[in-house]
Design a protein around this ligand. Sequence first.
Ligand SMILES: Nc1ncnc2c1ncn2[C@@H]1O[C@H](COP(=O)(O)OP(=O)(O)OP(=O)(O)O)[C@@H](O)[C@H]1O
Length: 466
Amino acid sequence: MGADHGGSYWCILDRDNGDNMTNVQWDKVKSDMRAAIGAGNYKSWIEPLTLVTAAEGVARLGAPSPFVGDYVGKTYGDQIIYHLNRHGMAVQRLAFDVEGAANTPVQPAAKPAQAKPANAQADAQPDQRFTFDSFVVGKPNELAHAAAKRVAEGGPTTFNPLFLYGGVGLGKTHLMHAIAHELGEKRPDLNVLYVSADQFIYRFISALRDRKMMDFKQHFRSVDVLMVDDIQFLEGKESTQEEFFHTFNALVDLGKQIIISADRAPGEIRDLSERIKSRLQCGLVVDLHPTDYELRLGILHAKQEMFVNVYPGVEIATGVLEFLAHRISSNVRVLEGALNRLYALASLVGRTVSVEMAQDCLSDILRASDRKLTIEEIQRKVSEHYDIRLSDMLGPKRTRTLARPRQVAMWLCKQLTSRSLPEIGRKFGKRDHTTIMHGVRKIDELRQSDSQIADDLEMLRRALED
Ligand SMILES: Nc1ncnc2c1ncn2[C@@H]1O[C@H](COP(=O)(O)OP(=O)(O)OP(=O)(O)O)[C@@H](O)[C@H]1O
């Protein structure tokens, strides 16, 4: 998910990129908020905020202190999101940045923060909401949860690194923050550092530019537990990879724990050097599977309990949560965003939310969710099913063991997505649309004559549409 992780985290802010269009909308949001919460609350909490950026569903707000950001996020976050949406900004989450210089106080880390060189970026702090208690466990994530729990005990390292991977918004970042919280409680003596791969890259480049490589190396090599989130963003960044590799080796040699997350398995991250891939595979590699209906419903119920205090008196009719769990299966972040929006709406209109109201108010999310299946997901599922590597599915080899699964995936893409043949072709290693057409026809023929292929197609289709 890039550098954003479902909640606020604190970093020093670069404020050069506000844009006029969003600032006009932000002013409207502020004035709506003033009407909704009264002038006094407005002056204390909303007026001091600035809109930094709004992109990819995340609005970054500048706050004068961590406390203000934290309080606003918890107390008014959903209402702000609601108004941002009303004014045409498709935002599902807020992230708060502390305005000011490098010496801005941040929340206490798992271990007291070390003195940082001037201009250094403050370490991200674990998000208060992402704990093991708030993580709902179901079949798709039980292994990842168990592995994270084991690492969070802070005992001798049994598997190193722990590599968590899975699709967008399935809880990788949540689990990493939960490990940081628990280690903070159980082993306050340990120095725990969490960074997104983006931050790692940024710091590395800054250190090179400022000739502070010694500080950089010392910072990363003095930790007891290093967590790097979304490591796929190191793809193609050779010199950063090199440095990461040295950091990784140094820490493993010292017996320090490393936890990595990515949106795919180590072997499937393209443009990542082979030695890093093999290093990453040395420990425990665990997959967070896409959520199933039960898990989604469980998450919605847990979230509903949390809302009881934030929105006292707001009622959601029976059947609404089930409706959401059925219809929104893309990722948990979207599911949470939908529920947030419903609560904000209910508190504004003062009515119980019915399924019809939910349908109306969430029509954009529901539409997007209907189109949710991506070519990448299909390719991934089919490679898993036939036990071949994703890179082979996309690559040039034409042996039967690879060509058939590839054609099956092409057929499913044609059936289950609204993508055109040229678009599908591009995603299959830049193949021509006539190749896709040929593949689709071949499978159409085979499903009449080969019952094994027909069964495979049915099974895959069900798994993908679940
Ligand atoms: N099992 C779960 N129980 C409770 N909340 C969950 C669960 N899984 C995900 N979430 C919530 O969904 C949101 C997205 O999760 P998170 O940011 O951890 O996803 P991610 O896998 O890191 O995504 P990305 O690939 O975008 O980095 C968070 O608000 C998180 O709390």
